[in-house]
Design a protein around this ligand. Structure first.
Ligand SMILES: [Zn+2]
Length: 445
């Protein structure tokens, strides 16, 4: 038998007990911060208690004066469009050393994602757990260059991870093909009518898969996408199309009155938020992404002022709609849809958390709940992640400074625990700048 690859980041074995003692715990459930100790056995938390019994032979780590939050979850990442393994590995390493212990990968070249997900799971490379989606869209979407980037060597629209769907499609077979990639969800992207979105949702749920949809699918409207029963909708700015007429397809988006929505909101959006709250549809807001988009538009050799202005309007629109959805009781997960520049020591998710607090008025403890427990629900993993509780995976972040006082204190990470394995922040090294670029954004202005 050949030897398997080394796994320096693997979870410790059962019976390997560590007691993290005396931190201020923000457990992710929205409960008040409290003093607690966390007992970890192998990959799992076995007790969270003010003064737990310490088994013989346990290692003790004194966390007096420190703050503990659950591992963060980015509900919107693309790490293989186009596939570039060194770039993806650098992003994953920075995410886990930056406190991100799980991500939703929202459609990519799944030939590469599947191996990256396996490698972070068994500990060959440092990175978050990766839960990923296979994409479905109408045939007319497949002239988008990103669909070619993720299907190299094959025919776009005819691969199991990215399928063109129309009325003729054998949906039970299409969903089964998607499931064969080990995807946990179908991502419903674009250019599908409401009746097809409904059919996809019914079949995916029947086969035990989740459905993560763009908030507008064109021509399917936000209200129709939510009513179809999807589990989450992405990109808060797309909710605005509930107020637009003449939705045709993803490329020819109709106009809506953004200035009015920013100033006054709209009763049609209020009805949509109420329906989302009722159904438990999670909003993957990606609210802060538009700042990054505006910067990108401003950096090119010839500044694309029209794109920059659209992005800046979307910054304001996203802030207002996210704030209104929060006040209406919609569950919000924290997705980014971009990564920060390589020289930035921290992943993009920190910026989204700060945006949700400072621009959308969401209290810090609720932002942390969004970034942990709601994120875990968004990927169907709340039974094992998203809060620091006995029985769940040992995924948490140890901070020197209080994140409730200022979410920017996420930059005071001392170490991260994922599946019981410790990632010391002092071991984090920046990748060599050459050849490593930022990646992302699955939505276009
Ligand atoms: Zn995306």
């Amino acid at each position: 038998m050949d030897e398997p690859a080394p796994t320096p980041y693997a979870a410790p074995g059962e019976g390997d007990v560590v007691v993290y003692r005396g931190a201020t715990l923000i457990d992710g459930t929205g409960a008040s911060a409290r003093r607690a100790s966390i007992v970890v056995d192998g990959a799992k938390i076995v007790a969270v208690d003010a003064d737990p019994e310490v088994p013989a032979g346990a290692v003790e780590v004194d966390l007096a004066g420190r703050f503990v939050i659950p591992g963060l979850i980015d509900s919107h990442q693309h790490i293989a469009t186009p596939p570039n393994r060194p770039v993806a590995e650098a992003a994953l390493r920075r995410q886990v050393f930056g406190g991100v212990t799980a991500i939703r990968d929202m459609a990519d070249d799944l030939r590469q994602i599947a191996d990256l997900a396996r490698a972070t799971l068994v500990g060959e490379i440092p990175g978050p757990d990766i839960v990923y989606a296979a994409l479905m869209a109408g045939p007319s979407f497949f002239d988008d260059p990103r669909t070619w980037q993720v299907s190299q060597g094959e025919t776009p629209g005819r691969v199991p991870w990215m399928q063109a769907i129309d009325e003729e499609t054998d949906l039970p077979l299409a969903v089964a093909r998607a499931q064969g990639t080990h995807a946990k969800a179908i991502k419903v992207y674009a250019n599908l009518p409401a009746s097809t979105v409904e059919d996809i949702v019914d079949e995916a749920h029947r086969q035990g898969m989740m459905v993560w949809a763009h908030a507008t699918v064109f021509p399917a409207r936000p209200g129709e996408v939510v009513a179809a029963g999807v589990d989450s909708v992405s990109h808060v700015s797309l909710l605005a199309y509930e107020t637009a007429e003449g939705l045709l397809n993803y490329k020819d988006k109709p106009a809506f009155d953004a200035a009015n929505l920013i100033a006054n909101g709209d009763p049609r959006l209020d009805a949509l938020y109420a329906d989302m709250r009722e159904r438990g549809t999670i909003l993957d807001a990606t609210a802060g992404m538009w700042i990054w988009m505006a910067n990108q538009a401003g950096q090119s050799a010839e500044v694309d002022q029209a794109a920059r202005n659209r992005a800046l309007t979307n910054v304001e629109l996203s802030a207002k709609l996210t704030a209104a959805a929060y006040r209406a009781g919609v569950e919000i997960s924290t997705g980014t849809d971009y990564e920060t520049d390589p020289e930035n020591p921290f992943p993009s998710l920190h910026e989204e958390l700060v945006f949700l607090h400072e621009q959308c008025g969401i209290p810090a403890e609720q932002v942390i709940r969004s970034a942990t427990l709601v994120g875990a629900r968004s990927m169907g993993a709340a039974d094992r992640m998203g809060s620091v509780e006995a029985g769940k995976l040992a995924n948490f972040v140890v901070l020197a400074r209080d994140p409730l006082a200022d979410l920017r204190h996420l930059d005071s990470i001392e170490f991260v625990v994922k599946r019981g394995h410790r990632y010391e922040r002092s071991d984090y090294t920046q990748p060599a700048a050459s050849g490593v670029q930022t990646q992302g954004h699955g939505v276009q202005a």
